[in-house]
Design a binder for this molecule. Structure first.
Ligand code: PDD
Length: 290
């Protein structure tokens, strides 16, 4: 398998970065995960805009134009034919000749991209629904940046696994923010709710798509802050991400959510999402709404 590293296409085993890379030393970098269906990246424009936003937020200029990224993606995706794949893209600030917290004036970013098979959602888990726990959010104040520094997310995800759950919903100042690697939605009496964008959560591309699909289909939805207690009273809970898509959550902190099985609103949203993917495969467009 070939990957892209700093202008070169090379076998994964030969892709090497310096131990002085600031990504390695400090977690000084940002990333994106972009699904590609039938060889076509999903919501590409939105992912690349978020990448540029993350870069600027850490005081880096975007190193490539969107069409240059696109060329790299096409070349890597071609290796997988029209199978479903995921692109992982990482930009770090690069390596400097010594370990220095301050940002050196002369440093060149490290660019890495790989395409790998998209692990299909576990059909049994989709059928049964996920288990989720709530945990205190121990992360920093800029969770809107898609930074590679994911230690707090990793520890929270591990805690969820050890509690027999698949994801944790994080809570800050009494408000539920997002999952360790997902956004979340709640349904109460026919209304779809999700927290508004803020520095405390990642502006998920799937989150935006779900809101768009809901609005198009005339499903009532609203963005507002969600006190953690409301989770336990929800009729339905969903988590969303580029790789999970829209997953139903049927257990929260060991208790059933709503009727304890994936709900009717989730079924409707999942069907809308699937239609969107089929349209992308057939018409090779970047979003559902071109
Ligand atoms: N993570 N919130 C966090 C903290 C995330 O890490 C992710 C995705 C999301 C959902 O964003 P999107 O819908 O754009 O995928 C929300 C990716 C998939 C990952 O780290 O692998």
């Amino acid at each position: 398998m070939l990957v892209y590293l700093d202008g070169e296409y090379l076998p994964l085993e030969r892709a090497r970065v310096s131990v002085l890379d600031r990504g390695f030393l400090f977690g000084d970098g940002v990333y994106e995960v972009i699904p590609a269906y039938g060889g076509h990246p999903f919501r590409l424009r939105e992912h690349l805009q978020r990448l540029d936003r993350s870069l600027r937020a850490i005081r880096m200029e975007p190193p490539l134009e969107h069409r240059q990224w696109e060329e790299i993606f096409q070349r890597l995706l071609a290796q997988g034919g029209d199978t479903d794949q995921q692109l992982y893209l990482q930009v770090t600030r690069g390596s400097y000749d010594k370990r220095l917290h301050a940002i050196p004036a002369e440093v060149h970013p490290t660019l890495f991209v790989m395409a790998s098979p998209l692990t299909p959602r576990d059909p049994e888990l989709v059928e049964r629904g996920m288990s989720v726990i709530t945990l205190e959010d121990l992360r920093w104040q800029r969770c809107d940046i898609k930074a590679i520094t994911l230690l707090a997310n990793i520890l929270a995800q591990q805690e969820a696994r050890e509690a027999g759950a698949q994801e944790a919903i994080l809570v800050r100042d009494g408000l539920a923010t997002e999952g360790t690697a997902s956004n979340f939605f709640l349904v109460k009496e026919g209304l779809i709710l999700t927290p508004p964008k803020s520095a405390h959560l990642l502006p998920g591309i799937t989150r935006d798509l779900v809101l768009e699909l809901a609005r198009e289909a005339g499903l009532p939805c609203r963005e507002r802050e969600i006190p953690v207690e409301e989770l336990a009273e929800a009729d339905e809970l969903w988590v969303t991400s580029s790789t999970k898509e829209v997953m139903p959550v049927t257990r929260l902190d060991g208790r059933p959510v709503g009727k304890g099985r994936p709900g009717p609103m989730w079924q409707e949203m999942d069907a809308l999402y699937r239609t969107c993917k089929i349209r992308l495969r057939q018409r090779a467009m970047d979003s559902c709404h071109d």
